[in-house]
Design a protein around this ligand. Sequence first.
Ligand code: ATP
Length: 238
Amino acid sequence: MLEAEGIYKSYGGISALKGVDFRVRAGSVHALVGENGAGKSTLVKILAGATSPDMGTLCLEGQPVHFASTAEAARRGIAVVSQELNLFPDLDVLANLFPMRELRRGPFVARKQMIAQARPILHELGLDLDLRALVETLSLEQRQLLEIARALMVHPRVLILDEPTSALHARQTELLHGVLRTLRQRKVAVVYVSHVLEDVLSLCDEVTVLRDGERVLDAIPVAQLKIEEIVAAMLGDK
Ligand code: ATP
């Protein structure tokens, strides 16, 4: 579904990615793991159009693509939930789920349609919120789930989640995993960045490990891996 080939990215003198290949298939939940600074978020940003690689190519369904922005990637069906939350704190929950529509100030009937679309997705994630509540009044975990709900609203073909459970309780994580399993059945490609290896083993189909900007394990079916092998790949000779 989405493929990156030979990706290089540096920040000043720091090489964040050194020729990384990565691909996620439709109907697969693909874990991307690695220690802090391994290059995961940089790769996520490139896949989602938030930044451009210095070198390397992206392909979507076999066709080369170049995303100048996350908006452009979103138009091609790629949704990202990044580590930094990107909600509008002074807008209400509903407006955050439809930011473009709120800017256009739709009529009342549109608001009813928006509510009808939003409710099932919030419900699936266990988010029982007053849709008129301002986001600034929500807890951190509610915001994290709302950000995920916003990504789901557009029914993406590729969903990229960077540490999506960092603020969540166990029950909320379980609900999220249930939603991701449903997406897998619907042939969505999911990239799941996490340092919680137990979650990776129980949820994901395949694992890619990055270390110091290089890919050291690629798309290994989770069933063939033990947690110790993932840790060993992450740490290398340390
Ligand atoms: P973490 O789990 O801590 O987010 P990561 O695996 O996602 O780590 P990246 O955030 O991609 O790793 O960082 C890879 C390397 O690039 C690190 O050395 C980091 O310090 C550096 N880096 C990332 N973003 C920037 C930036 N905007 N400016 C300078 N250096 C950066």
